[in-house]
Design a protein around this ligand. Sequence first.
Ligand code: BTN
Length: 267
Amino acid sequence: MPEALPLEYEIPLQATAGRRGPIGSPILYFSEIGSTNDEAARLADQGAPEGTTVVAAAQTAGRGRFGRTWFSPPGAGLYVSVVLRNRRAAPLLTLAGGVAVAEGIRTATALPVEIKWPNDIVLDSGLGRRRKVAGILAEASTNLDRVQHVVLGIGINVRESAYPADIADSATSLEGELGREVDPGSVLAECLAALATWLRDLAAGDSSAVLNRWIELAPSASGTRVEWNTAGGLRTGVTAGIAADGALVVRTRDDVEHIRSGPVRWL
Ligand code: BTN
């Protein structure tokens, strides 16, 4: 059962109500849940409207891309999922989600986070070292190839935690980077407000603004060496922006590849 929304969320959400459109209304809060994405999908299947948002203080089965676990201990992060229904916006929701979270974190904390394709939110600590502070998992439900809804799941590491060994070197948190306390309610409210802005553009058929903003926020999407696995073996190349469908464009020695899914390693 959802619980009362803590005041630390309630106040900044009220302050941004005029900029959030339908995003974050209603908002359902759980002190602990399996996965906010599962709860949002269940609500969407029951007809929950565009913008319905699920927030939890902890997840016992938080998941990331490629079936990975999303480390979600109590009080350490923001674990949020938003129900989206606009079919025009659906193809670029993953990128729009990355832009919104990067902008929300920048507005609320002034940390100069960047996007790493497709939608990892990272801090570049120089020499090619990027530590991840947030991730986005968009999960679509389709019927006869028509998108019924998309659940946009957002995980943000707010407080420092004892990260599991497999992510200890690559994960960081807002407070760890800033060396001071961060108000999670403001981060949540600014991310949702930014999401509302970009969704309006996508719903109106304007995808170029989102793509351009994504490129501005993702310097590693141009001129960075990457490698990835294919059925034919390991490939390497240099990033050369993104295509109109959000694919990562990579120049190899003798070709130009469009990568649409699968892990890419940044060298
Ligand atoms: C990734 O970078 O792999 C995506 C991580 C997405 C994690 C969030 S936390 C809220 C929502 N619920 C989940 O189970 N996953 C997403």
